[in-house]
Design a binder for this molecule. Structure first.
Ligand code: AMP
Length: 425
């Protein structure tokens, strides 16, 4: 089978590494890819937002299966163009990708199908949104409706912050994504990420993870795309997973099918585990980055047949096997991130890969035969261990072997799970 993987980050490097191990694979292409992905795939210099170019490449190269990493082309309808041209695709339709592309869409789905989530209202103007916020009081959460690269959410602890966030949205801080605003009740609890595959009818539970969004140790400082993650998430016990499947995931899959937008692909539920049980914070329609890196390290099964079953509607016939070991990834980012940072700084040494440790490339390029950093988040040093603590120790041992002067990382990825391990539960 000839496979095209769309994307160029650490998530896609982890997917490429795993897909490349499949006996079903004859050839893997990645567009546009990165130097890490190039170890497993032929890179194709395609503009992934140019849907006609992607379809053209697939026709020319006789691609059998297309796997989407990032959400943007899905929300823009690239998977529909490929399906219309007759290709088998892993990734939801544009209509189903609204689960990530429109927070209001997802909240309405939750209301209609009784899926637990914070109480909310949708607004298209500031005065009405402000009146609602004043009536509700703080803390309260203000969200731009559309895709805002993870920046459109304000968890406002005070009324002033909430009102300012409403102004930001309607004054265009997030462009078109902020033309509509969702105001949502503040949920208190522990967050967890939960991943399932769905073929439109069945849902296959994958695994859970927790990430660290803040840039600084102790979960301080500004939000980022994610500075590290580990899997499994201790709060996602078997009982909590079963409840999440029944109360959150299954009604979503059923509801999307009933509404005529069957969801196929990977569904990433951002959950708040509250005193009342799991409540939905948000959906994403792709693997998390860096959560995907830890999931792929833990997945024992061949990934490719799972993705194919998702795309073909035969997910009821497959199972996913997992290693018992935990996995943890440390993101090494360019100094300055998530603010401005220098591009093109040299990376002169990387840790050796082994059965328990692997470095994924997230934002690198080859320049005159040398590896350089091109992104904010640049490397994902990932390790497994019998406990999160052991995985963390192995990951930071490997981080010490990275030679990159302009890089930095958090030193406490996994702290919450490790504190629990130390406390003996
Ligand atoms: P989102 O982009 O919707 O995942 O929101 C980003 C982050 O904001 C989440 O990971 C949570 O930490 C926080 N957040 C979002 N919605 C809520 C909520 N209703 N209550 C508390 N925190 C929230």
């Amino acid at each position: 089978m000839k496979v095209l993987l769309i994307g160029s980050g650490g998530r896609e490097h982890a997917l490429a590494w795993k897909i490349a191990q499949s006996p079903l694979l004859t050839k893997l292409y990645a567009a546009p890819g990165n130097p890490g992905i190039a170890e497993h795939a032929d890179l194709v210099a395609l503009d992934i937002d140019d849907h006609a170019a992607v379809v053209g490449f697939c026709q020319q190269s006789e691609i059998d299966f297309v796997v989407f990493g990032p959400e943007a082309p899905l929300v823009a309808g690239s998977s529909d163009r490929l399906r219309e041209a007759g290709f088998l695709v892993f990734g939801p339709s544009q209509a189903a990708a609204q689960l990530e592309g429109s927070k209001g869409f997802t909240k309405d789905l939750c209301a209609r199908y009784n899926i637990p989530t914070g109480a909310y209202q949708r607004f298209n103007n500031a005065p009405k949104a402000k009146a609602y916020v004043r009536a509700q009081g703080a803390p309260i959460v203000i969200k731009a409706d559309g895709l805002a690269a993870g920046k459109g959410v304000t968890v406002a602890m005070t009324m002033e912050e909430a009102l300012a966030a409403i102004d930001d949205c309607f004054e265009g801080a997030f462009g078109a994504a902020g033309a509509e605003v969702v105001v949502e009740a503040f949920l208190d609890g522990e967050e967890a990420s939960f991943f399932v595959l769905s073929d439109g009818r069945h849902a296959l539970a994958l695994a859970s993870a927790q990430d660290h969004k803040r840039v600084g140790d102790g979960d301080t400082g500004p939000n980022t795309g994610g500075m590290g993650a580990y899997s499994p998430a201790p709060v996602m016990t078997n009982a909590m997973t079963a409840r999440t499947m029944k109360d959150v995931i299954e009604p979503t899959i059923r509801g999307m099918a009933e509404m005529g937008h069957p969801f196929t692909g990977v569904l990433f539920a951002g959950l708040m585990i509250t005193e009342r049980g799991p409540e939905l914070i948000e959906y994403n329609v792709r693997f998390g980055d860096p959560e995907c890196q830890v999931l792929m390290m833990r997945l024992r099964s061949d990934l490719l047949p799972l993705l194919i079953a998702t795309a073909k509607g035969t997910l009821g016939e497959v199972t996913a096997e997992w290693h018992d070991d935990a996995a943890l990834t440390v993101v090494i980012a360019s100094k300055g991130y998530p603010g401005s940072y220098q591009k093109g700084t040299p990376i002169t040494a990387l840790p050796a890969n082994s059965d328990t440790c692997r470095t994924f490339h997230a934002g690198t390029a080859n320049k005159d035969g040398k590896l350089v950093a091109t992104g904010g988040r640049v490397l994902n040093v990932t390790a497994t261990g019998s406990t999160v603590g052991q995985a963390q120790a192995r990951a930071y041992d490997a981080v010490a072997d990275v030679e990159w002067e302009n890089g930095f990382c958090r030193r406490d990825i996994g702290w919450r799970a490790i504190a629990r391990e130390k406390a003996g539960h």
